[in-house]
Design a protein around this ligand. Structure first.
Ligand code: ADP
Ligand code: ARG
Length: 354
């Protein structure tokens, strides 16, 4: 991994057509002011911008080296955060998940024709560990140990088993990935950011018996808590996730900052860190020239079927909320619910049904 911050900067400068938020907001004056700074964990500007300089086709292009990076490199990160999340001020509200016994929403697709599955995830970071480019193998392992100890205290429906990636057969890994449960090491943006350093040390997945509650350990974020199931019952999926978060935060303390919410490796995930998605069959809508505009209007993001930076298969898309910061968890899920309802309505119309 390159530590040559001037060399990285030159690559970014040379990419005249780069549309990344890094390119937009890292001015020469900011670069000069930040290039010599370091966090107490040793995180540098190079750690933050390496991925965006090596992949000038990035959308965002910058990560935080560690939780303190959001303060030390705030001059550039704050601008990227405001731009990505479309907010004028960094005044993210306190967490609010809503009353899960009275959510007021349930199955978004009772006919079962369009939604294949529903998933809601959040990211969480331990305050005392660096993010991927900075953390060392032994600290990854320690973080894994602390996390697994907490996960093992879950009971009832949430109780499960932890499967480290070290020692897992390739066939099992492939099956779990194909079934949308597990992550892999194929994202070039994350790779350049140090996301696969010392792979697979310290990485793993926890899941309950039905594979409806899962936790990723040391993927992009220290932790990703995931609730998912077949069909469109967003109410059940969200309620399960909230229950798990409430239990786990009795055991673990997560990095959080006033105005920014929960801290994550990538600034695109800050705040609620919540991404609520459906895998949905939309062969007609997705073929219209206005599909992107439609998603933007409803604050939705469309991804392919195997996650970010993948393609759709057979007209099935991953549709989720785009914004995670500046609104509460409950509002982020409501935004996604309203958007998905609009998608279903439009697809139904285009298919010539009522
Ligand atoms: P995230 O940033 O939320 O972790 P990714 O885009 O990397 O998301 O996707 C992670 C995995 O989750 C991929 O295998 C993807 O196919 C799967 N996934 C996302 N949304 C759904 C969904 N609604 N149903 C089933 N699998 C999903
Ligand atoms: N760094 C990549 C980019 O800038 C991904 C950003 C958002 N995705 C993520 N998984 N954090 O395009």
């Amino acid at each position: 991994m390159s530590t040559d911050v001037e060399g990285l900067w030159k690559k970014l400068q040379a990419a005249k057509d780069s549309k990344s938020l890094l390119k937009k907001h890292l001015t020469e004056a900011k670069f000069n002011a930040l290039k010599g700074k370091k966090t107490s964990m040793g995180g540098t500007l190079a750690d933050c911008i390496r991925s965006g300089c090596e992949n000038t086709d990035s959308g965002v292009g910058i990560y935080a080296c560690d939780p303190e990076g959001y303060t030390v490199f705030a001059d550039v990160l704050d601008e990227v955060i405001k731009d990505y999340h479309k907010v004028d001020k960094l005044n993210h509200p306190e967490p609010k998940f809503g009353d899960i016994t009275k959510l007021g929403f349930g199955d978004l697709d009772p006919s079962g024709n369009m939604i294949v599955s529903t998933r809601v995830r959040v990211g969480r970071s331990h305050a005392n560990f660096g993010f991927p480019g900075v953390i060392k193998a032994e600290d990854r392992k320690e973080m894994e140990r602390i996390s697994v100890e907490a996960l093992k205290t879950l009971t009832g429906d949430l109780a499960g088993t932890y499967y480290p990636l070290e020692g897992m057969t390739e066939a099992t890994q492939k099956q779990l990935t194909d079934d949308h449960f597990l992550f892999n090491d194929s994202d070039r943006f994350l790779k350049a950011a140090g996301g696969y350093n010392d792979w697979p040390i310290g990485r793993g997945i926890f899941f309950n018996k039905n594979k409806t509650f899962l936790t990723w350990v040391n993927e992009e974020d220290h932790l990703r808590f995931i609730s998912m199931q077949k069909g469109g019952n967003l109410g059940e999926v969200y309620a399960r996730l909230v229950t798990a978060i409430e239990k786990l935060q009795e055991k673990l303390t997560f990095a959080k900052r006033k105005g920014l919410g929960y801290l994550t490796f990538c600034p695109s995930n800050l705040g609620t860190t919540l991404r609520a998605s459906v895998h949905i069959k939309i062969p007609k809508l997705s073929q219209t020239p206005e599909f992107k505009e439609f998603c933007d209007k409803h604050h939705l993001q469309a991804r392919g079927i195997h996650g970010e930076h993948t393609e759709s298969v057979g007209g099935v898309y991953d549709i989720s909320n785009k914004h995670r910061l500046g609104l509460t968890e409950f509002d982020a899920v409501q935004e996604m619910r309203r958007g998905v309802e609009a998608v279903i309505k439009e697809e139904t119309k285009l298919q010539g049904k009522k």
